[in-house]
Design a protein around this ligand. Structure first.
Ligand code: PLP
Length: 399
């Protein structure tokens, strides 16, 4: 473990933070990230932290994994940009093939952010069904661009309120893990198989299979949003279809965050049956982006997926997560642990104070859940066993 004691330099830190906040580069948290490797982040003042958020769930293979960096550098020299969907480049085709192989899906629409992937999925569902409404769930988070924002179930008033003039009214919400309404009016059911920002929550066993069966008989498209949970974080490659809670393959699967090891790349994957609703191009592409399937992102994505598979990161997440749940269960002050793999919610009193105290001791962790009721433990899946042990001791001492 490469974790140094947090060095005290409050003057410089506070000045830098104020400057960063003034240009909108950060909130008032006095850390300005300078470099990162593996599970560690170094700030501009020479402090070293353990990143227990993996940079919002992005650094699943660790920050700056050498294979991912090398792939990005090589591609940057060769072809940093191509022409979206007009002319393919080999890396984009290879990544599409690899994603289909790993997910069991047939088609891919790339995007840059998670929001892009969710928007592509919602458009696909509307095209495939000719219906207009979408069912989403309490606590669901799908991004803040206008289309996914209209479908979130997390901090709804705060996130949607100021922008209601711009938002569609196509989404209805039901309780996550609860009874379902008649699905026949809906184009899609949009669900996180393992909820992230909403509190690292798994639905009751069998519920995802019930959603799939009800959707199938209603002709409704099932969209799994695995932007947070995908690529091993849940203890299996994808959270939907986990052996502990099997369910059929979704019609559409949204991925992002960890996909390209730090490059902003996302994708909506889908079955041919649903994706073919887009039909053949009639000249003008009706869904595209300037940077669609950027070659550097695709090269880094291929490398990141190879690391996930070669280093058996889903298995590692499962092993570490299972052991951690067991240990945390004995820590006084931990009321409950939710989630799976290395996507855990550690429920404590005064989570904001606890995250602050941990930050001062060199641990970056964020609260999660509607009431910030838990600490969201989503570290790199490569995190060392000793680092996890040290975190448990530190948490015990802070609590
Ligand atoms: C499940 C889920 N979906 C979608 C998003 C949105 O992704 P982005 O912030 O890249 O648009 C997030 C981001 O946290 C997420 O957790």
């Amino acid at each position: 473990m490469d974790r140094l004691a947090l060095r005290e330099c409050p003057g410089i830190t506070a000045r830098r933070a104020r400057r960063a906040a003034a240009i909108g580069a950060a909130d008032t948290d006095p850390i300005v990230w300078d470099s990162a490797a593996g599970e560690n982040v170094h700030d501009v003042d020479g402090n070293c932290f353990v990143d227990l958020c993996a940079g919002f769930g992005v650094a699943s293979v660790g920050h700056a994994h050498p294979r991912v960096v090398a792939a990005g550098q090589a591609q940057l020299q060769r072809l940093p940009h191509a022409m979206g969907d007009a002319f393919p480049d080999p890396r984009r085709v290879e990544l599409m093939e690899r994603l289909c192989e790993l997910s069991g899906q047939d088609r891919v629409i790339f995007g840059s952010s998670g929001s892009d992937a969710v928007e592509a999925a919602l458009k696909t569902a509307v095209l495939a069904t000719g219906r207009r409404r979408v069912l989403t769930f309490d606590g669901g988070y799908h991004g803040l661009a206008a289309t996914p924002l209209a479908a979130i179930g997390y901090h709804v008033d705060a996130f949607q309120g100021p922008f209601s003039a711009l938002l569609g009214t196509f989404a209805d919400r039901a309780a996550y893990g609860g009874p379902l309404p008649d699905l026949s009016p809906y184009a899609a059911v949009l669900v996180e198989p393992l909820q992230g920002r909403g509190g690292m929550r798994a639905p009751p066993p069998g519920w995802l299979a019930t959603v799939a069966a009800a959707a199938r008989s209603a002709g409704t498209v099932v969209i799994h949003d695995e932007i947070y949970s995908g690529f091993g974080r849940s203890g299996t490659l994808f959270a939907g279809g986990h052996p502990a809670d099997p369910c059929p393959r979704p019609d559409l699967l949204c991925v992002g965050k960890a996909l390209a090891g730090g490059f902003p790349l996302s994708a909506c994957l889908g079955t041919a049956a649903v994706m073919d609703a887009w039909g053949a191009s009639k000249g003008e592409a009706i869904h595209t982006q300037t940077f669609l399937g950027n070659p550097v992102g695709c090269a880094m994505g291929l490398a990141a997926l190879a690391v996930v598979v070669d280093e058996q990161l889903p298995e590692r997440a499962n092993r570490l997560g299972t052991a951690l749940v067991e240990r945390l269960g004995r820590v006084p002050g931990v009321h409950a642990i939710t989630g799976r793999g290395l996507m855990l919610g550690i429920h404590v009193e005064r989570s904001l104070g606890v995250t602050r105290a941990l930050l001062e001791r060199g641990w970056i962790i964020l609260p999660c859940g509607e009431q910030a009721e838990a600490l969201g433990f989503t570290p790199p899946l490569t995190i060392a066993d000793e680092t996890v042990d040290a975190f448990v001791r530190e948490l015990e001492s802070v609590l």
